[in-house]
Write a protein that binds this ligand. Sequence first.
Ligand SMILES: [Zn+2]
Length: 413
Amino acid sequence: MSGSSKRTLIRGGLLIDGTGAEPIDDGAVLIENGKIIEVGPTSQIRSSGAEIIEAGGRTIMPGLIDTHIHIASDGNPNPMKRLKDKHAYTAIRSSVHARKLLEAGFTTIRDAGAHGYTNIATRDAINDGLIPGPRLRAPGYGLTSTGGHGDGYYAPHVEIDNPARVDSPDEVRRATRLMLKMGADCIKFVSATGGVMSDGDEPAAPQFTIEEMAAGIHEAKAHGVHTFAHAQGTTGIKNAIKAGINSIEHGFWIDDEAVEMMKTNDVFFVPTLNAVYQIVEFGEEAGIPAYAVRKATEAQEAHLESFDRARKGGVKIAMGTDAGTPFNKQGENAIEMELMHRAGMPAMDAIVATTKTAAECIRFGDVTGTLEVGKAGDVILVDGNPLDQVSMLRNVEKIHLVMKEGEIFANRM
Ligand SMILES: [Zn+2]
């Protein structure tokens, strides 16, 4: 961007600002030097000196946010196939996915763990302007216990080099410090419990202890970064909360007590309904390992009940897909909004979960997530009204314009 001020006015559209407020029928947003300087009814917004984009009745809304993505992964039915990939190859693939996500309207994401610090490298390349991509939070490796969900995730009996495989509070502290040293801006615990895609463990089984997670969370907090935990079984969920975690990912078995604990401790919930959904939909016939299909099938009903319990109980829900798991594809992330809607969440709430709440969950709440003065010019123009049909956001052809920090990255108008 040049030194002279650059102004863009998007006007004449249904404006959904991401806060959950009533939409404005004929709304506008004025962006200057990458930031929103005015927003409201078109008639009240200045237009002088601005490049004007006529929304033409389309919907103006904040850029979408996915808080749980594996940007290195492509939705292959069997992740075992990725074992031989070099880190450099993984980084290249991540850059391709970054562009895809941005062009689908996702202007901000959080990666949930990758080998070789490739997520950190991808984030830095985006920030340096080397490649197009969303604003990205990156944890480096996800921390795992030996034999836990993140250890040899792709191959249980293969020894792979993993500096984040740790088994005591001191080791967790050291690995957390290592991730921070390498540039992590959040810390992921991949094994508060077992998981679906890991052969040889069960989603209900706790793995990291409270003391182990607490040691890493202490370091993360001291460094000013937030933490999130893959936690599916009830005990592991509660262990992570007791350790001081900021968000619970997946949460298959959230009971009433866990709901209360999450509210009391201001813990977010990232359900990732699509991860389970696609595995059950496609099944073994499509090449997904039998153990994963069994575990996803066993968990799905409880997962939807947990989502309902957490939502009705008032837990803050942030949208996350777990994109990269089987048939959970980069760029098709808005399907999660549809799944949350089908599971009982009103369309406006699904939008807030994918904008405002998602931004807050990954500590970008003061930067993006809503169309408010002072926030980044992260805006999408959508052909239609997602409040009538939230599933339309899945269709990339309907995402007519994608703007990140005032710069247009996709224009299908
Ligand atoms: Zn994940």
